[in-house]
Design a protein around this ligand. Structure first.
Ligand code: SF4
Length: 284
């Protein structure tokens, strides 16, 4: 039987036929990333115009069944570590390694009501299976719910397990964030949320660069750099700024108007960010 291909382009959250757990071969990390999707209802408190979630709605993650998550994650790790997962999916020998477990779903993961308990459960299962501490534990978030004690407890657990927070900052201006992310988010609030995240767990910024109307004009670039300068001035500990552009198709109505930012433009911005004293990566 021809193995089902699990390529870097296959981010189908149904690839393993599970409710919460999905495998992704990550080109960036050169191995298997195990995704956990809390937002099985495709609901997010933001609406980014480049969002790749089909049928995205506004809202929070639904109640999570911890027993199902436990059963799925234990079973899936067993398949990967002791079973025939890699053979079944035709994964090359060199890539047969679990690089990370990523809380990254079809919406904002921290909107889950029992977020702290879910993070603890995942950490316990991955530690018992010997996946942690070798693999990383990553939270991909828009950072908007950092003031919640439940979320802060989850971040503290992440930090105890080589955790990282990848915190979304797509623009330095309130108006452009409104346009790109569909939310009103003041500079003060963004900085306060970032401060909370980075004080609890090592934090990187994630910036999705897309051309839409007049985004990434010279004015927009200087707003973005001014925000980064402010982050430095406030002594907020950001480990890295990760720039990327449209890797996959947007499922939002604006999709036909979106254009990826060229690598040259990303390299140019990266140099300006480095000049402010940040480490920068470009993932295109
Ligand atoms: S924060 Fe993430 S999941 Fe939510 S709308 Fe934006 S890209 Fe989609």
């Amino acid at each position: 039987m021809t193995p089902k291909q699990l390529s870097t382009a296959n981010h189908d959250r149904d690839a393993a036929g599970l409710r919460y757990v999905y495998p992704v071969m990550s080109r960036r990390s050169g191995g298997l990333s195990i995704g956990i999707n809390f937002n099985t209802n495709n609901a997010c408190n933001w609406r980014c115009i480049y969002c790749q979630v089909p049928g995205l709605t506004r809202g929070a993650a639904p109640a999570l069944d911890l027993h199902v998550l436990e059963h799925e994650l234990r079973g899936f790790l067993d398949q990967v570590l002791n079973g025939e997962f890699y053979e079944n999916f035709g994964v090359a020998e060199a890539h047969r390694v679990i690089k990370d477990i990523a809380l990254s779903g079809n919406g904002e993961p921290t909107s889950l009501k029992n977020f702290a308990a879910a993070v603890r459960l995942i950490a316990d299962i991955a530690s018992a299976a010997g996946v942690f501490p070798l693999a990383k534990f990553i939270l991909i978030t828009n950072g908007s719910l950092m003031q919640r004690p439940e979320v802060q407890q989850g971040l503290a657990t992440l930090a105890r397990h080589r955790g990282e927070v990848w915190f979304k900052v797509d623009s330095g201006s309130v108006a452009v964030r409104q346009l790109i992310n569909g939310v009103t988010l003041s500079q003060e609030k963004l900085l306060a949320n970032l401060d909370i995240a980075s004080s609890l767990c090592p934090t990187r910024l994630q910036t999705c660069m897309v051309h839409y109307r007049n985004t990434w004009s010279d004015e927009e670039k200087s707003d973005y750099l001014a925000l980064l300068a402010q982050i430095r001035q406030n002594a907020i500990d950001v480990r890295q700024v990760m720039l990327y552009s449209l890797a996959r198709v947007s499922w939002q109505p604006e999709a036909p108007e979106l254009q990826a930012v060229s690598r040259e433009d990303m390299v140019e911005l990266a140099a300006d960010i480095e000049a402010l004293g940040f480490d920068v990566s470009i993932n295109d």
